[in-house]
Design a protein around this ligand. Structure first.
Ligand SMILES: NC(=O)c1ccc[n+]([C@@H]2O[C@H](COP(=O)([O-])OP(=O)(O)OC[C@H]3O[C@@H](n4cnc5c(N)ncnc54)[C@H](O)[C@@H]3O)[C@@H](O)[C@H]2O)c1
Ligand SMILES: [Zn+2]
Length: 342
């Protein structure tokens, strides 16, 4: 089983995302006659060395603390030592950290090489590898330096997810639930109609869920690649989510997003934007998929963190709020209003 989703790119052939049984076709996706250099992390290399060792490869350190310009320098140096030239093709093979870094390295080394991804975490398959945002963190601020540049292809093979720890798998589901709430009620219903185990073990259900989330993101990115407007919708759950991530290290990104989805739903109800029944459906699905609803961090503290967004004091915050399951809108909310509410 295989699904292919195309994302139009200006002046170039579309970026193609293949979901399902696709890793066996890797060589057919790679451009003929080009030297391929894989960028991966130690964990992914250990598990998939039978594939990766067939290419020249660069191994980066694991975890968000390695998503830095220092890692970029290390990659550039290794590329120079390998005599990599503009004809090389970069293949990022890993989770979202690897794809963010590999995409940035490929976009900047010698002013840009062609590149593609094998996305090996659920989060990377449904979110990080799609849409062309890449980059690194700076002084603890996330994704401060980077480019918009879409890969030629992304392979999302569901069999790679078998080695993923369950907690990482559930964290990826949060971004699929998010996509359903933004624009696809049927995708959302898949989580009401099936259990976590069924989704985890059933290859065709999982392919459907991944394809659904990728399609929601691809549609939005096609219309607004550089986040002038509509692409902001993809930040549903992320304003509260980022505040949670900044306040405690107890949660994976997807878990923080799940908490953010619950908080955004509650806020929508309080502001009279969404009915309580839809908020209850959202929270039910979050819980069913083994994800947290509550951070344990005081809401007042979260709002304070939101005020100090990206090095600036903000008075208003652009917040994505659900109107119903399958429809969201961006609202500008004064921080003082949030302070009063909480
Ligand atoms: N560019 C975007 O649009 C975008 C969107 C969302 C998230 N992101 C970024 O993605 C990053 C998080 O991605 P992530 O959650 O995939 O983290 P990650 O890349 O750190 O992967 C999580 C862990 O799983 C391991 N792993 C990867 N594939 C595996 C497999 N198949 N089996 C077993 N273990 C495996 C990794 O080695 C790592 O330890 C963040 O830096 C975030 O900013 C980017
Ligand atoms: Zn996210």
């Amino acid at each position: 089983m295989k699904e292919i989703i195309e994302v139009r790119r200006e002046g170039r052939e579309p970026s193609r995302i293949a979901v399902g049984d696709v890793i066996g076709e890797l060589h057919e996706w790679l451009p003929e006659g080009r030297r391929v250099i894989v960028i991966t992390d130690a964990n992914v290399h250990r598990r998939y060395m039978d594939i990766i060792n067939g290419f020249d490869h660069i191994i980066i350190g694991m975890g968000e603390t390695n998503k830095t310009l220092m890692t970029m320098e290390k990659i550039y140096r290794e590329l120079i030592e390998m005599d990599a030239d503009r004809g090389c093709f970069i293949l990022g093979f890993g989770g979202g950290i690897v794809t963010d870094i590999a995409g940035f390295a490929a976009s900047t080394y010698m002013r840009g090489l062609r590149f593609g991804f094998v996305a090996s975490t659920l989060l990377a398959q449904v979110d990080a590898s799609v849409g062309g945002k890449n980059g690194v963190n700076m002084d603890g601020y996330k994704n401060m330096v980077g480019t918009f540049n879409q890969p030629d292809f992304v392979l999302c093979d569901t069999s790679l997810l078998k080695t993923l720890p369950e907690r990482e798998f559930c964290a990826g589901l949060a971004e699929i639930i998010k996509a359903g709430i933004i624009a696809d009620p049927e995708l959302f219903a898949l989580f009401e109609d099936n259990t976590l185990e069924e989704i985890h073990d059933d290859h065709s259900l999982l392919t459907r869920a991944i394809t659904g989330a990728v399609s929601v993101k691809a549609d939005i990115v096609e219309r607004d690649e550089r986040e002038a407007g509509e692409r902001k919708l993809l930040n549903l759950g992320h304003t509260f989510g980022h505040a949670v991530e900044k306040s405690t290290s107890n949660f994976l990104h997807g878990e923080a997003v799940a908490i953010g989805l619950a908080m955004a739903s509650d806020l929508s109800v309080r502001l009279g934007i969404m009915g309580a029944d839809d908020a209850a459906r959202i929270k039910n699905v979050v819980e069913r998929m083994g994800l947290p609803l509550d951070s344990g961090v005081d809401n007042k503290r979260l709002v304070k963190v939101m005020r100090h967004d990206k090095k600036r004091e903000t008075d208003d915050i652009h917040m994505v709020l659900p109107v119903a399951v399958g429809k969201c809108e961006v609202r500008r909310i004064p921080i003082v209003e949030l302070e009063k509410l909480y």
